[in-house]
Ligand binder design. Structure first.
Ligand code: GLA
Length: 334
């Protein structure tokens, strides 16, 4: 049988962070960097070697079907969790390569999951693929992540960001104008405590919605009546961020990158002050970027606690970092 090749992109989130798991709005875009899995289906094991990993951890192998608890550590755990969710009985032997920086906030793990799921034979549509991989991510990492990363990777549309309604899971492509450059700059700061702090934020949002109802529908005035100042601040971020996502999509459509950039900066402040997921390094990076001519806005992207910032700029205005183009979603080549 001919080898199969599966590719799944990473993503950068333009705006709408820590909103997906409350049924809110997000606006990520799939990028050209991603994970490729090449190999042959068959046999009783999944055996993979990664070009992105050195040393003993390069190769992983586990039997299928995956029964009971996950046994793998490191990157193999994500592949094993995908195989478990899929319930595959046929194995796979092949190679994994990636040009995504690992663990920098560009969804290297979601991209790995989606590529592995396609390679192993997942035939679901983009939404089914994404929800399967979201469950795998949660099982492998123990972090109660939302749907954004896996859905951006599965459903990407070239030239477009994706306006995702995380209540209905409807995906609406929004064109990113050619004269707008999206640049990702790595803070170089590995994300710390991201898992436990992420779960804590999610829990705080649940406390808020127990008081004021779903945050997606809550008004700013309702949120300001929450007694606990910490819970109030978390909910304020979510409610204002949801509004910013809609305004940002409108600014992109109207060809107004300056307005989009201002919303990014407001988003960063809200993530830093109300949601407390920024770091000094991220704050400094954002301040430095927006002080340059030709940069309309910048913000931390993804979960925070380190990782990357994303900037919106005139082409050529930012020389550091990775210029990224909005790319298509995951693909299987048979
Ligand atoms: C991580 C999660 C996503 C989302 C972001 C924050 O990337 O995997 O589901 O919650 O953090 O917006």
């Amino acid at each position: 049988m001919a080898p199969v090749t599966a590719f799944a992109p990473g993503r950068v989130n333009l705006i709408g962070d820590h909103t997906d798991y409350t049924g809110g709005w997000v606006l990520p875009m799939a990028i050209e960097m991603g994970t490729t899995v090449v190999g042959d289906r068959g046999g009783r094991h999944v055996e993979l070697a990664s070009d992105a990993v050195a040393g003993d951890d390069r190769r992983i192998a586990f039997p299928v079907p995956v029964a009971g608890r996950l046994t793998q550590a490191g990157w193999g755990r994500y592949a094993e969790a995908v195989a478990a969710e899929l319930g595959v009985v046929d194995g796979f032997s092949g190679r994994v390569s990636s040009d995504l920086p690992i663990g920098a906030g560009l969804s290297s793990s979601a991209s790995l999951e989606v590529a592995v799921a396609l390679a192993l034979g997942c035939e679901a549509d983009a939404l089914g693929l994404a929800t399967l991989c979201q469950r795998a991510e949660q099982a492998a990492s123990g972090v109660p992540c939302g749907i954004m990363d896996q859905l951006a990777s599965a459903a990407g549309v070239a030239g477009h960001a994706l306006l995702i309604d995380c209540t209905t899971l409807a995906v609406e492509p929004v064109a990113v104008p050619d004269d707008v450059q999206v640049v990702v700059v790595d803070s170089g700061q590995a994300r710390r405590l991201a898992g436990s702090a992420y779960a804590e934020r999610r829990h705080q949002c649940q406390i808020a919605s127990a008081q004021v109802g779903p945050l997606r529908q809550a008004t700013r005035a309702e949120v300001e009546r929450i007694a606990d100042p910490l819970i109030r601040a978390r909910a304020r971020h979510v409610v204002t961020e949801n509004a910013r996502v809609g305004q940002f999509a409108a600014a992109l459509r109207a060809g107004d990158p300056a307005a989009a950039g201002r919303l990014m900066l407001e988003s960063h402040r809200s993530l830093a002050d109300d949601f407390a997921v920024s770091t000094d390094a991220l704050d400094r990076l954002v301040a430095g970027l927006v002080s340059r001519p030709g940069v309309w806005g910048a913000r931390l992207t993804g979960a925070g606690f380190g990782g990357c910032v994303v900037a919106l700029a005139r082409p050529g205005a930012v020389e550091t970092g990775w210029p990224v183009r909005p790319a298509g979603g995951a693909t299987l080549y048979l």
